[in-house]
Design a binder for this molecule. Structure first.
Ligand code: ADP
Ligand code: ZN
Length: 740
């Protein structure tokens, strides 16, 4: 982290004549804006420009009027203005505010906002083909197919690749027709606008409850002013159908909409639903999209020619011209918190973005985050509930299986009670899901001779056996090594044993217990593309498996209509450890998971294996008494003064030498004047929850303050006063996900 930039006041001046001084922000890690002369023809405030920096050419944005104070003769000129609309003032403000909040330098924020490949390329052209007036010298079946495709589509022109795919012929057939003048070549701009989404295209007929909530959300969007709504609805209640109505209103107003999803695997299904509702597919923005498509998306969003974007959290930094609505689906999802690079929670930043540009926000979830629940209770957000599932689908029943009474032999995890339920589903040709939130075969490999547990060489973590791959893997750093024959510690052979279950091992047990069942494993570490995964989930949903064995991956938003039995193998797993959010997460995960069952007309039941059925969290899961659960959680956190009822920051110092890292951390705690001045409490230093990653030791300091305190300036001043050695890194995480 560097000292924050000194940013000029937002200026009234929106245009700079050639030769006038402008202050340019670049994505280079400098601590200041750089002065340049506006180029021939002048430039607008916010213009994306190319500027000389030393021997290089870099991209920047005209951030304000030049600050002067240099020898005017030495000031260089902007090389040229990039042919995209200028950055809007609301985006400048947004970047500055996120930077201030997360203590991220503005240059790094600009990098997020310019992550479009080929920004400086001239608008590219591509070749497309249509029918000319010549006949081919000789008609072949393949040639006939190509001509047929073009005739079928009326005057539409295609690229050579599209033509050969649509006609099912090789590209040489297309080339041959071009040579003979049967096909004529045209040039067209590469970045095409997206097809028009029709807000009036027939949607599904909503139920009374759905229509009421949809109407209220529509009104909020129509008001064209900022407001956040929490849309809480049980899984299958039609939240998606309802918020698509808010999107429809936004499009009808001629404004742009953004829908954030927590996982790429969910986008394919969502795109289909958008197409059903609006007659065409929207723009996509996430890591699974090709470079060309990203470039097209960035440009078209900026030109206002993309009405709706579906994307991952980084879509918040797209250059919307007229943003009217942001939907954050599954708003409680942890993946919205970026844990590397710029530390921000996309849900909170969505609210910030919308408040700056006068847009609506819809946060949708069956199990909202405590933050959003509390914000709704405090009246900051408006809350809308959908209490019933759509159609005949009923909410699943929740039952506990008390493992203390089950007498499970060691190395087995499926209790007889659970097995009986699975058997009865097999008979009825219904599906069962066995859930275990642990990847791999076994979390621990231990030597029976000496007791040694195999750990990662670089991290404070045990290696997890992945038997399908025959390797041990560290889930912290991803390092793998082959499963050794002999114990690395005592060299005795043949004594290494797997301890504890992972999904692979659970699958092994299931194969033994249910030999006639078709078993499918769905785990997030199976290397599959989003599209493959989606197809696999689809075929499973259509009945290709009898038993699904899965990790967290299956809890998110997928529909399995034949599923009527969910078995949670170890409900206690998430409750261990000292993470204050553990209760909230376990609650959300298991409720979400149970929501996978009984989505069609068959009633589902979730069976929860636990050693502590009387635990308050397990009780809340069983009774479904959500409001009570949240109220109790909120009271506990309020008492402890932690988020969302207090301010918190986690400071992690890391370096190769543990003693040195601790020394610096202790020095920081002793010299924390700026924090003492605002009465912040300081805890630590202590080893971070993961004390060593990739060979770097990690030490953590926690800072806590009252809700009314603004922590960031004090943190920045404190940090600036420390001059750490070169090999030591300090990262500051505002609102950390884990507290202790
Ligand atoms: P949620 O997002 O709350 O889990 P969805 O919007 O995905 O719920 O709805 C669950 C299923 O019910 C989907 O297949 C959806 O198409 C269907 N559905 C919901 N509401 C309606 C409706 N009014 N008419 C027809 N189908 C609906
Ligand atoms: Zn490791």
């Amino acid at each position: 982290m560097r000292t924050p930039l000194i940013v000029p006041e937002y200026t009234d001046q929106s245009y700079f004549e050639a030769g006038q001084l402008v202050a340019v922000l670049t994505a280079q890690p400098l601590d200041r804006l750089l002065d340049y002369k506006a180029p021939a023809g002048g430039c607008f405030l916010g213009a994306y420009v190319e500027v000389p920096l030393g021997p290089r050419k870099v991209i920047g944005v005209v951030w304000g009027a030049g600050q002067g104070g240099y020898d005017p003769k030495k000031i260089r000129s902007v090389i040229g203005v990039i042919d995209v609309p200028p950055m809007r003032e609301e985006m400048q403000k947004f970047l500055a505010r996120v930077g201030d909040y997360t203590l991220t330098p503005l240059s790094a924020m600009l990098r997020l906002a310019t992550r479009a490949p080929g920004l400086t390329d001239p608008p590219g052209m591509r070749r497309i083909y249509g029918l000319g007036d010549k006949e081919p010298d000789r008609m072949t079946p393949a040639r006939e197919k190509v001509i047929g495709v073009l005739e079928d589509h009326g005057g539409v022109r295609f690229t050579a690749g599209e033509l050969s795919t649509l006609a099912g012929v090789t590209s040489s057939v297309v080339k041959g027709l071009v040579k003979q003048g049967v096909l004529v070549e045209y040039e067209t701009p590469r970045d095409l606008p997206y097809p028009h989404l029709d807000a009036l295209h027939a949607g599904k007929e909503l139920t009374g409850d759905q229509a009421r909530v949809a109407g209220l959300l529509r009104d909020k969007v129509a008001s064209q002013s900022y407001g956040t709504s929490l849309l809480k609805g049980v899984t299958g209640s039609g939240k998606t159908e309802v918020y698509l109505e808010a999107v429809a209103e936004c499009l009808a107003q001629g404004r742009q909409a953004l829908v954030l999803l927590p996982e790429i695997a969910l986008t394919v299904e969502f795109l289909d639903r958008v197409e059903q509702r609006f007659g065409a597919r929207p723009a996509e923005w996430h890591s699974g999209v090709t470079v060309t498509e990203r470039r097209r998306c960035w440009r078209m969003v900026g030109e206002g020619k993309a009405q709706l974007v579906v994307g991952a959290r980084s879509a918040l930094y797209l250059p919307f011209q007229n943003l009217g609505l942001i939907v954050v689906d599954e708003e409680h999802d942890q993946s919205y918190k970026q844990e590397d690079g710029v530390l921000y929670n996309a849900r909170d930043m969505a609210v910030l973005r919308a408040s700056i540009c006068g847009a609506s926000v819809v946060l949708a979830s069956a199990t909202p985050s405590l933050e959003s629940w509390a914000n709704a209770r405090a009246g900051k957000y408006e809350r809308f509930d959908l209490a019933q599932r759509f159609g005949a689908a009923e909410l699943p029943e929740m039952k506990a299986i008390d493992l203390r009474k089950e007498d499970l032999p060691s190395g087995r995890w499926i209790s007889d009670s659970l097995a009986r339920e699975v058997f009865s589903r097999l008979e009825r040709k219904e599906q069962s899901l066995l859930f275990l939130n642990r990847r791999g075969y076994a979390p621990v490999t231990v030597c029976r001779a000496c007791g040694h547990q195999i750990g990662c060489d670089d991290c404070d973590a045990r290696m997890v056996e992945h038997r399908f791959q025959g390797r041990l893997m560290c889930h912290q750093c991803g390092e793998t090594k082959p499963m050794p024959e002999a114990c690395p510690s005592c060299q005795v052979e043949g004594k290494l044993a797997a301890v504890g279950p992972g999904v692979e091992r659970l699958a092994e047990e299931a194969v033994e217990r249910f030999p006639d069942a078709r078993i499918a494993v769905l785990s997030s570490d199976m290397s599959m593309t989003a599209r493959n995964l989606k197809e696999r989930i689809k075929s499973i949903a259509e009945g290709e498996a009898d038993i699904i064995i899965g990790t967290q991956l299956v809890a998110k938003g997928h529909n399995f209509p034949l599923l009527t039995c969910v078995g949670v193998i170890d409900a206690d797993l998430g409750l261990q450890g000292s993470d204050l959010r553990a209760a909230e997460r376990t609650f959300q995960l298991i409720r979400q998971l149970a929501g996978r069952a009984g989505r069609a007309d068959k009633k589902g039941t979730a069976y929860i294996q636990t050693l502590q059925p009387e635990h308050p969290v397990i009780q809340a899961i069983l009774t479904g008494d959500e409001e009570d659960f949240w109220a109790a959680e909120a009271a506990q956190r309020e008492q402890a003064g932690v988020p969302p009822f207090g301010r918190m920051a986690g400071i992690v110092l890391s370096g190769p030498d543990l003693a040195q890292v601790f020394d610096v951390a202790q020095y920081m705690v002793r010299n924390a004047e700026p924090l003492r001045r605002i009465n912040a409490e300081i805890y630590g230093p202590a080893p971070a929850p993961i004390a060593r990653v990739r060979g770097r030791h990690r030490v953590r300091i926690l800072v806590k303050a009252d809700k009314g305190t603004v922590l960031q300036p004090a943190l920045a001043a404190w940090h600036a006063s420390i001059k750490p050695p070169n090999n030591l890194r300090i990262s500051i995480d505002i609102d950390p996900q884990t507290f202790y």
